[in-house]
Design a protein around this ligand. Sequence first.
Ligand code: NOJ
Ligand code: NOJ
Length: 624
Amino acid sequence: MPSISNLALAGLLAAGQGVSASLVGAIQLEKFIKQETPIALQGILDNIGPDGVKVPGAGRGLVIASPSTSDPDYFFTWTRDAALTFRTLIDDFLFGNKALEPLINDYIYGQARLQTVSNPSGTLLPNGAGLGEPKYLKDGSRYNGNWGRPQRDGPPLRAISLIQYSNYLVSKGQKARVKDEIWPVIANDLAYVGQYWNSTGFDLWEEVNGASFFTTQAQYRSLVEGEALAKALGLPCTACAEAPQVLCFLQSYWNGKFVTANFITGAHNRGGVDANTVLGPLVAFDPAAPCDSPTLQPCHPRMLANFKNFVDTFRDPALYPINKGIPQNKGIALGRYPEDTYYNGNPWYLITLGSAEYLYAAIASWEKSGGITITTTSLPFFKDLYPLARVGTFGKLHPAYHIIKGLIKTYADSFVAVSQKYTPKDGMMAEQFLKSEPFSPISARNLTWSFASFVGMNHRRQGHLPASWVPKDGVKLPDTCVGTSVRGTYAPATQAGAPNVTIPCISNVLFQLNASTYYGENLYVVGNSPTLGGWDLETAYPLMSSRYTAERPLWFATIPLEMEEGVTTLRYKYARQQDCGQAWIVEEGERVLEVPACAKDGSEEVLAERDEAFVGPAGSPGGC
Ligand code: NOJ
Ligand code: NOJ
């Protein structure tokens, strides 16, 4: 049989490319990957507390998204970024980097504690709502600012990472430790998935509310794997019974041509093309699952069609000048979604690299299953790379198998080459790089997730594959989808280091404030309750302006007030935050409220109302 590389070369020749030029490119790519691998790994470690050199003050085991403190301020820990980063670190550990184990243990400790932190999404007890909080301050305390919350991908992603490590421990005979220490963390997250998978939440980009393919796919995997782990430990997982319904819902994102990334509540301008649908299958990847599995693996015909549709969207030079003139069979720079305006909407390293990882994963599945099946749905994807492609199944004995595999590997590499081209000499990866001249890095520098995406991409490129999770006897797809939900039970994972919190004493108070504001100005309540930031303006409680009219300049919020032990009098002030970082305008006098006795059962009843008007000067725009 002719060697694979010879056939790949033949493929390149067929595509009419200069062999010497592509060989030079291939050698440079290998060199880049070799250099970047330790840089990326170190880049991750530098951003994890308490010892990460770039993130002083970060709590133990907490992953800071980026050391950047302004434009943008990413000096926070996001549950999603952290879980995805540890997915890759745990992989790296399982592939032989034993030095990472203490860090993995710090992660477990950090997450067990975070689960108990009361926050604007809610609390752990009694209903788990607090688990949907997207981000926390560097030391793990609550972030009160306005944000797209809740985000429901954090708990399943965290569960997936922790299950990955737990399965390893179980295989090493450490069942008891998993049961006592790690399972309680996982169990909270699974309970959350089972209870809220059918409730709306914000997408991974923190912008649109509704349901999101990425989130649903992660939710499904977490329940299936959770069930298997529970079984191994001899424990129940009530939430896990929701899995078939989540899988049913997952199918509904396919629109006949591509995967619509989100079902969005309210008005929006999104066409549905979104990297969320490429990143989801990376999380759900199981090299042993068949390509037609409804778990929607990277090699699924629909997902390949979707991949092509996603990539092609960014080939438009009017959208992305950076991709101008790049032929259809070569990788390009990729961003979140075409309508993106964040930093003007640019390519992201983690998406460009994630797309390479996607293709390596698909190749791994074909290798395992022993062939490539091309359907009418996936044919256009294959034709871009191999114009002679046709519908059919091509086993490993068929020459087309090797040609196609070689071409797809080359295609995958070309996405890595794009990120190589736009990575500065020192190897530091920001969040984005400009879509137009000078194509330089922009937004958060040293983004942990960018580095993790590089390491994760390279695992797959090297043939390091994750453990299988899709049941060997297939998965059950119900005949009809029903939006069910099962109420969860939650408890602090004290063995892992969580404080032994109890149901918090919360009194819901409706604050209504008349205050005329200009566009860009925001209003907050600050005061002596932790909910109100404990007098710290940076963590004051934001009011909403969604009912603001010219007749009634209303700012309001129903605030779940938590008071410190023994304190029943709330002291507070309203504060205006200006648009360009000018000084805050804070009321002079203190307001006082006798806080009604709290509801111990997590009830959402509003116990008191305030109707007040701002006392003090108006703000003025900074003109930034
Ligand atoms: C910060 C979010 O993280 C980012 O995804 C979003 O685009 C911007 N806020 C603007 O909403
Ligand atoms: C913005 C991204 O949209 C979001 O997904 C991410 O969690 C944060 N940045 C932090 O990296």
